[in-house]
Ligand binder design. Structure first.
Ligand code: ADP
Length: 164
């Protein structure tokens, strides 16, 4: 039997958006399992806590057995090795994403030659969606309908109100 095809989809997910959700769902047919890796990068402060970010994703994919959500600290390639993942999944929205992702992919390849980075282009309807915009809207008490997945929108709004 072929070995399981496991991908890690790393990110901050601060918070998860419809863009992330769609990308994960589109990637599902390509892999046996997708581990959404909620990164804890010491240099990057997040608005939502690690537990909140993980919980949003778990709620969103509760019905999808192929998706697992886990947090990790340290390098993504080390997390991949730990979990037996041979693919890193990332999304491309703009040429800015591309330039940034290209550098990271080259570095990751040097660190772990057996791990391939796989990129999916963002769907046009969600290519403008980014977590930073969601946070800005939430901080100013504006609607995030259609940008934050409906299944978690109430919880996201409630937690945001507590942080404002
Ligand atoms: P990071 O902090 O690593 O940039 P993000 O949570 O912002 O993490 O994003 C994680 C991944 O999801 C990245 O590959 C990013 O390009 C992708 N992504 C973010 N928003 C979208 C979107 N609207 N459409 C497609 N991919 C997206």
């Amino acid at each position: 039997m072929d070995k399981e095809r496991i991908a890690v989809f790393p990110g901050s997910f601060d918070p998860v958006t419809v863009g992330h959700e769609l990308l994960i769902r589109r990637a599902l047919p390509l892999f046996d399992r997708i581990i959404v890796g909620v990164g804890n990068n010491g240099e990057k402060r997040t608005w939502f806590t690690e537990a909140e970010r993980v919980s949003f994703l778990r709620t969103l994919f509760a019905d999808e057995p192929k998706v697992e959500v886990a947090s990790y600290a340290g390098l993504t390639v080390d997390f991949c090795r730990e979990r037996g993942a041979k693919y890193i999944l990332r999304g491309l929205r703009t040429t800015v994403d591309f330039e940034y992702e290209k550098t990271i992919a080259v570095v990751n390849k040097r660190l772990a030659a057996d791990v391939e980075s796989v990129f999916l282009c963002a769907d046009a309807e969600v290519a403008f969606v980014q977590s930073a915009v969601v946070r800005d809207l939430l901080k100013h008490n504006r609607s995030v309908d259609g940008i934050v997945p409906a299944a978690i929108a109430d919880t996201v709004r409630r937690l945001a109100a507590e942080k404002r």
